[in-house]
Write a protein that binds this ligand. Sequence first.
Ligand code: ZN
Length: 317
Amino acid sequence: MTAIYPWQKEQWRKGMSAQQAGRLPHALLVHGSEGTGKLDFVHKFSQKLLCANETEKTACGICKSCNLFRAGSHPDFKLLSSEENAPIKIEEIRSLEDQLKLTAYGPNYKIAVICPAENLNINAANSLLKTLEEPAANTLIILVSHRPQKLLPTIRSRCQRIFIALPSTAEALDWLGDKDTHTDPGLLLDMACGSPLLALEYDKEEYLAAYKEFLTDFSALYQQTADPMQMSVKWHKENFSGLLKWLMWLTASIIKASMKSATVSDKMILKYTNDTTDRRWLFEFYDDLLRTQNMIHSSINQRLVLDNLMLKWHAKK
Ligand SMILES: [Zn+2]
């Protein structure tokens, strides 16, 4: 089995000691930013709980249970996942609940994973709530979410939380350093907004070209040598959510750099910007971006929102 990521070791240790002490709850909420490897963590944790070889620190990878798990056909493990904007419906939750009621194949748990849990629609969430209120013995429901604030508070309160944070820049660079990337790891980490796992995915020429274009265009706008409306025309066809993330990361990096706690990669970003920066404005702009990100799945007019962001980034007021 692949090793636990270094930034997840503490959460792993806590989860394992809870299990060994018989204190594992019936429901877990594994949450944290995108790109922290939450679902990987849940897979490794589940495989370990189902593994027949109890003496190992991680799943042994060779027992019958591990083989079934790796093949994606372990009868005691169900993953209910959905694409970014696709709701999870009540029929899917009912089918999952029916499977949890069946007798376990192995001697351990029956595990159901829902990812991302914020995609549960209201009926599905209410149905799940009933199951969480009356948990069956030896069942474990794991919700995976990068927006836990979107879950029903009554669901959140019935889950024990496991928070997985992004690693520090130093830790992420250290991990990436072993991966033989083609591109400078610092640049990749900026492209991936601090996620080492995404950074690895982005180690491709086409991503790099798009990111460099983003930095060039947004620095020109920031320095008022480009026209915001022209830029909006150029960028509105791009993935809006991805563009927002880059802009948030860039804004946060300029704030950090202006506070003189810049990391090496932050300094690289700083050269695209004018450092006579009004920090208060940057914080306000960052709040704007956060609000926009929270509205992104509702029916906002993305073109209009992008126009406004471009105008603000240009005028800085
Ligand atoms: Zn095993």
